[in-house]
Design a protein around this ligand. Sequence first.
Ligand code: BJW
Length: 263
Amino acid sequence: MRIIDDGDTLPAMDALTIPTDLVSAVKTARHIAVLTGAGVSAESGVPTFRDAQTGLWARYSPEELATPQAFRRNPRLVWEWYEWRRRLVAQAQPNPAHLALVQLEQIVPRLTLITQNVDGLHRRAGSRNVVELHGSITRTICFDDRQVVESWADTGDVPPRCPRCGGLLRPDVVWFGESLPPDALQTAFAAAEQCDLFFSVGTSTVVQPAASLPFTALQAGVPVVEINPQETPLTPYARWTLTGPAGKVLPALLRHVTSEGKI
Ligand code: BJW
């Protein structure tokens, strides 16, 4: 259901209408799973990946930056791109979408927050049960043995070298063609199958295997809510489509859920 088509809605507390049956579904849910993507951090000033003008890949294609092959080809370019993004993320603050998800975790018996984002903003906002599918830009690993490296000598090398083995250092993120952390992946798919409400927020739903999570939920009979200003491959299948920025839609939903009594 698209909210713009919905006749049975609560009165707008702001410019958005929130379907009453969605509010009920949130209030009665025992376990909610939420999948987030880059759109959730857009209102914190962190660019998304695939927006034509402002996306992180506006100047380079993904294959030039986010693959092991790209790193082997031009490690300096890839390292410097991530250095730029690390600085951007360090200056960014959690936005109302992150904060609404913290609030949701506090009022639902169980919430599994599955994120594709590497910026750490969910944890910085205060979310506790966060599953990071694509790693974290704040950690550094050795390209050769994938061990986390906490510090290294500033020798002027770009990228710097692993203090243990001399290998090149890289960010602890998942590039195309690489496996996702198995524990995180298993937790995410189990949550998608076992939850009783699934939210997909701010993701283009194109990058696998994360993009399969809402469809796994659907196959298990779980209703899916999508929050996104744009349509995605998931849109035709979502029970509720809330068209708009997550930083407006999620707080509006939470206001409706909390204003009508506790779960
Ligand atoms: C807003 C908003 C606002 C804006 N509010 N919303 C099956 C079929 C075909 C291919 C594959 C397949 N299985 C695997 C593959 C290959 C590949 C893949 O999926 N390719 C596709 C492109 C087709 N997947 C992989 O390689 C994965 N590995 C793997 O599966 O290993 C096994 C294997 C390998 C090879 C073959 C087969 C099996 C690894 C994927 C790793 C993805 N890594 C990245 C980079 C992470 C590091 C970094 O940050 O640099 O992860 S790519 C990039 O995309 C990043 C993101 O997490 C990910 C998803 O992007 P996201 O979050 O959806 O962002 P956008 O920009 O796409 O969308 C933003 C959305 O927000 C838009 O919809 C906006 O409208 C919206 N929005 N403002 C709400 N205010």
